[in-house]
Design a protein around this ligand. Structure first.
Ligand SMILES: C[S@@+](CC[C@H](N)C(=O)[O-])C[C@H]1O[C@@H](n2cnc3c(N)ncnc32)[C@H](O)[C@@H]1O
Length: 281
């Protein structure tokens, strides 16, 4: 198992889908408007949330390859997609779905992106996508990734990279210190070398622009209100645990911050989306 539990992925999916920038979704839609079919690779697919959030922007016939290094999450993705679809049938390892007017074939690949990137991008799809992934990767990995993307002339659509901004209501005197500690923890190694963390979108957009891509970015914050109390509580617990690991706050200070987060309230957690297309010379 990776560090991403099925419970956490289930909890965040509605907030993720609400947060995505719709304008970039429309741009993605327009880009493939002339296609009847599109092939897509989803990097770090988890339980398949990105497919469920993106399929509506793509042509009626789609083939997705879902990639993750966590075999249990790939199995979960298959179950969650069957539950989501209006109709589903398995043909060997292939899952064939219909959701409204979309016909979606899904294959699943267990692969480690730190090692198997070339294999994951072969055969080249029409679109590479990922959700909540690029803040986990390192800058050297992003360099390799964007070079591979550019060499194959592939567009990229990615959503929900954490951007380092948080606002919690009611405010607490330790908010600033907890946020600084959490953001520094976000830059620890998550398997790819030191993570880009809150700098993910800036780093990705900069590299893609260097490769001559047209790059569009947009904010996609989680806006968490009273109906998201379970997600807010889990998020606060995770932030508190990370802040504690940095040793920038004492256990008492973190406990005090967490106690305040048990109250009903609101939170805005910054994310951003990117849609980047290779310029045609
Ligand atoms: C934050 S979760 C996002 C999951 C999903 N994209 C979503 O939006 O719900 C990050 C995902 O990346 C996967 N992942 C992390 N490091 C990976 C690696 N080195 N190779 C492949 N997958 C990886 C994890 O297993 C997890 O499913």
């Amino acid at each position: 198992m990776s560090g991403f539990s099925p419970e956490w992925l289930d909890l965040r999916e509605p907030a993720d889908h609400r947060a995505r920038d719709s304008e970039l979704g429309q741009q993605l839609s327009a880009y493939f408007a002339a296609h009847t079919h599109v092939s897509v690779v989803d990097l770090g697919c988890g339980s398949g949330s990105n497919l469920r959030g993106t399929a509506k922007f793509l042509p009626d016939h789609q083939s997705w390859r879902l990639v993750d290094y966590d075999a249990q999450l790939l199995t979960l993705a298959r179950h969650r997609l069957v539950d989501w679809a209006d109709e589903s049938r398995s043909e060997g390892a292939l899952l064939r779905l219909r959701k409204e007017n979309k016909h979606i074939d899904v294959s699943f690949a267990e692969a480690d992106l730190t090692r198997d990137l070339a294999q994951v991008l072969t055969p080249a799809p029409d679109l590479v996508t990922a959700a909540a992934l690029f803040d986990l990767v390192s800058e050297p990995w992003l360099e390799l990734f964007t070079a591979a993307l550019s060499a194959a002339g592939l567009p990229l659509y990615t959503v929900l990279s954490y951007d380092g901004r948080q606002e919690w209501q009611p405010a607490h005197p330790q908010d600033g210190r907890v946020l600084r500690a959490f953001n520094s923890h976000q830059q620890w190694d998550k398997g790819f070398g030191p993570s880009t963390g809150p700098r993910a979108t800036a780093a990705l957009a900069g590299l893609l622009a260097m490769h001559g891509y047209a790059v569009h970015t947009a904010d996609s914050p989680w806006l968490l209100g009273p109906e998201d109390s379970d997600l807010r509580r889990e998020l606060a617990t995770g932030i508190g645990a990370a802040a504690l690991e940095t040793r920038e706050l004492t256990p008492g200070e973190v406990a005090d911050w967490l106690a305040a987060r048990r109250d009903p309230g609101q939170a805005t957690i910054g994310h951003s989306d990117v849609f980047a297309t290779p310029r045609l010379d």
